[in-house]
Design a protein around this ligand. Structure first.
Ligand code: ATP
Length: 199
């Protein structure tokens, strides 16, 4: 069973690839979903967040005050790194546990780990391969503005806060260029899948 890390910056089309893989019947482990559950009610990230950041980032009912947390990490890179460390450790452990479980069940076909911070977390080392979805900053900005109804400046700020594609390309085994229509995107994915199934 091969494990492939799938990543890409905001608006690159990573989720579109991930959904396509799931439609084709592949198991996709979603890092964002694990992260949301970890910080949701009763989630395993709450206690370490409380220890690190205090009660000020919690609502009265004990749930995480996402707005207060976001404000804190937005204004302070050190806090952001500390929060990322907490959440990333949980995401990594949970993903690895699921992968191990699939292996023990005798799962044979490739499994994908959809992780926006794959390279930032150094997780590509635990993967058999890593695939990066890219598109120009112009294209990504346009897509996100359209999808989320946000301004150009907001998207550019989010892009600027991420590791640049030029760095990610050095770490990726395969780069999927999503600069045209969806059929071209899926064609590239199909090609990589055939290589994977043959290898
Ligand atoms: P994020 O990190 O913000 O979640 P993402 O990399 O997962 O972004 P997607 O959500 O897959 O990106 O794509 C961003 C938007 O662009 C979506 O609305 C998607 O439908 C659209 N999109 C993706 N690829 C294409 C394409 N080739 N042609 C047109 N629209 C596209």
């Amino acid at each position: 069973m091969k494990v492939i890390g799938l990543t890409g910056g905001i608006g690159s089309g990573k989720s579109t690839v991930s959904e396509y893989l799931a439609r084709r019947g592949y198991t996709v482990i979603d890092a964002d979903a694990i992260s949301r559950a970890a910080t949701g009610p009763g989630g395993p990230a709450l206690e370490p967040i409380l220890m690190e950041f205090g009660a000020g980032v919690f609502n009265d009912d004990g749930t995480l005050d996402r707005k207060a947390m976001a404000e804190m990490v937005f204004s302070d890179a050190d806090s952001r790194h500390r929060l990322e460390d907490i959440v990333c450790t949980i995401v990594r452990d949970e993903a690895m546990a699921r992968i191990e479980h699939l292996r023990q069940e005798g799962h044979e076909s490739p499994v994908f780990f959809d992780a926006p911070l794959l390279f930032e977390m150094g997780l590509e080392k635990d993967m058999d391969e890593s695939w990066l979805v890219t598109a120009s900053i112009e294209t990504r900005t346009y897509r996100v503005m359209k999808r989320d109804g946000v301004t150009r400046e907001e998207v550019l700020k989010r892009i600027a806060s991420q590791m640049p594609d030029s760095e990610k390309e050095k770490l990726a085994d395969h780069v999927i260029t999503n600069s045209l229509d969806l059929s071209w995107l899926f064609e590239q994915v199909d090609e990589l899948l055939s290589m994977l199934e043959e290898g």
